[in-house]
Every structure is written in structure tokens, then in C-alpha cells.
Unconditional design. Structure first.
Lengths: 166, 165
């Protein structure tokens, strides 16, 4: 199994008000495309209740930075009490969702994601020494880049949600 | 034996209104339109519960073939009357869990099965010569179909909740 190094754990964005789920996911995928991340939608849950929908999307964004290391950004978008409402803005009618949304963002660096250095104990030992003493500067660089990407994604999503306040 | 790989599954969970018959028909239609050879592996019904498993495979070229599988399970189903466009229609209300996943086969015609040498040659071919093609092209073709089907399923389900009971 690949080694995982947690860089960011449980960063949250909480928002209450009007927003568009489709646009939010579109922003996420566009950001991912621009940064080289491929976002895979792992699951989508929708529960229609009398007081509004409960929606949960799980995404995992991944980017291979080398043939040995991969940056992974798992993301959960949780919406509760979601109701569809039609709003008029600048003379145009838009169908938006109103409710609470919480976005939980993690980030981790995965090394040896192809599992090439874990078939034998000797390979595993070589991999451990390699990670700790030889490849360390590169891994630190990847970790920093991943942290910056995660922070930037958080800012991007926050800015997008704040647009709907006005 | 062909060399195979698995694709990441996509899960959808839904609770609300849906028209199960139309829903299954849509999925079958999608398989048909994509020239898949469809096999319905399971259709299990008991009062209030339903489980369906479908699998469709198609050949992309003479070396690569992929399969898309859909597993649908529903609970607490009950029939409800819904008003749509001034007309009363029968739909179902309940919970749905859907999983769409896939797998692919390389060398499905077993051309490199003759001997250990040929198998070794095939492994070398996969690891060093067409590795990029497998990762960036073949897998993406199959994944694209999975996303397509998942999108269709979600579209079908979202449509139903705007009905008035």
C-alpha cells in the first residue's frame, strides 16, 4: 500500500444562503483543470426531506507530480436544508439552492502510488531510507506545493460562495 | 487469460420520488445506444425491496475491451400518485443506492497466452511500451462512459423531486 503523508486535515468552509451546486462543482473542476488535478466524483448522496434536501458529494482530486509521488485533495461538500428557489437578478431568473453548505477539505501526499517498492521487505526498507534521506528535499517541495494548492482552492471556493451574498 | 484492471466506482444514494420502470428503461437504453452487449445478472424483487445488477461490455479495438456494471438496490419502496403536468401518474417513493463501476481487459483474444515467453513479452509491452496509452487513453475511454452513465442517472433522479404529490 502507498505511503500517505497528511498535509492538511479537515479544513472547513461553512456558508449559509443562496448558491448553485452545479456552479460550485464547475468551479472546482475548472480550478482542478487549470492546476492539473483530476477530480473524480466518488459518491453523491441526496435525501429529500420535508424541511429540505440533504446532499453530500465526495470528490477526490489527484495530480501525479512524478512517477513516485502524487498529490491528493479529498473534498466533501455537504448541503443540508437545501431548497430550490427562483431568484431574479438583473432582469434574469435563476434557479438557485438555499440552505447550509459545508465543505471539508483534506490534502495528503501519496508516495509509491504504483506499489513498486513494497513487494519485498528489502524493497520496503530501501523505500523508507530513500524517502527519509535522499528524496527528502523533493518531498518537502511537493508538500509545500500541495499545501499552497489546498489553501488556494479553499480561497477560491470561499470567494465563489461569497459572490452569492450580494 | 487477459490482463485486466478495475476502474474507480461511482456511488449514488438517493431518497425521494422516482419512476423505477422508466429509470431502468433509461439505463437499458443507454447500454443499447453505446453498443454494449448487455447482461442482466440479477433482478431480485421482494415486497418493498428491489435489487438489479446489469453488466454491459464492448470492444474498443482488437486488444482492449471494457465492461460497465450497474448495481441498483432500493428499499422502503411504496407506490405513490404524483401530479405531473396536470396528470396523475404512478411513481415510487423510497431509497436508492446505485453503484456504477467498470473493468477492462487487455489482450482479451489471448494472443499472448501461448507460452511464458509471450506472457513476459506482453507484460513488458504493458509496462514499458503502451503504459501511457493504457493510463491516459484506454482507462479514460472507460471512465468517460462511467461518468456519462452516472450523469444520466443523476439527471433522471433530480427530475423527479419537483413533482407535487
Amino acid at each position: 500500500m502507498a505511503e500517505r503523508d497528511q498535509v492538511i486535515d479537515g479544513e472547513r468552509i461553512t456558508y449559509e444562503g443562496f448558491f448553485s451546486f452545479a456552479e460550485l462543482i464547475k468551479i472546482l473542476k475548472e480550478w482542478g483543470g487549470a492546476k492539473g488535478y483530476f477530480f473524480l466524483e466518488k459518491s453523491a448522496t441526496e435525501n429529500v426531506k420535508p424541511d429540505g434536501k440533504y446532499v453530500e458529494y465526495k470528490f477526490a482530486g489527484s495530480k501525479k507530480v512524478s512517477d513516485y509521488a502524487k498529490c491528493v485533495l479529498p473534498l466533501r461538500i455537504i448541503g443540508s436544508g437545501i431548497k430550490e428557489k427562483e431568484l431574479e437578478k438583473d432582469g434574469r431568473k435563476q434557479l438557485l439552492s438555499e440552505g447550509k453548505v459545508q465543505i471539508v477539505l483534506d490534502a495528503f501526499l501519496e508516495t509509491d502510488y504504483e506499489g513498486q517498492w513494497e513487494s519485498k521487505p528489502l524493497y520496503y526498507m530501501i523505500r523508507t531510507l530513500w524517502d527519509k534521506h535522499i528524496y527528502k528535499p523533493f518531498l518537502s517541495g511537493f508538500r509545500e506545493d500541495l499545501k499552497q494548492d489546498a489553501v488556494q482552492l479553499k480561497q477560491e471556493l470561499k470567494a465563489f460562495l461569497n459572490l452569492y451574498k450580494y | 487469460m487477459p490482463v485486466n484492471g478495475n476502474l474507480p466506482p461511482q456511488t449514488i444514494k438517493y431518497k425521494g420520488l422516482f419512476d423505477f420502470t422508466q429509470f431502468i428503461k433509461t439505463i437499458r437504453g443507454w447500454y443499447g445506444a453505446g453498443n454494449f452487449h448487455l447482461v442482466e445478472k440479477k433482478y431480485k424483487w421482494k415486497p418493498g425491496e428491489l435489487e438489479v445488477e446489469m453488466e454491459g461490455d464492448t470492444k474498443y479495438n482488437e486488444y482492449f475491451k471494457y465492461k460497465i456494471k450497474v448495481w441498483i438496490r432500493s428499499w422502503d419502496i411504496k407506490d405513490v400518485d404524483v401530479v405531473k403536468g396536470g396528470e396523475k401518474i404512478k411513481m415510487q417513493e423510497g431509497r436508492l443506492a446505485i453503484e456504477v463501476n467498470g473493468s477492462y481487459d487487455l489482450d482479451y483474444q489471448n494472443r499472448f497466452e501461448g507460452s511464458k515467453f509471450l506472457q513476459g513479452l506482453r507484460d513488458f509491452y504493458h509496462k514499458y511500451i503502451i503504459k501511457q496509452v493504457i493510463d491516459d487513453w484506454y482507462e479514460d475511454v472507460a471512465l468517460g462512459k462511467i461518468f456519462d452513465l452516472t450523469g444520466l442517472i443523476k439527471e433522471k433522479l433530480q427530475f423527479e423531486e419537483n413533482m407535487v404529490k
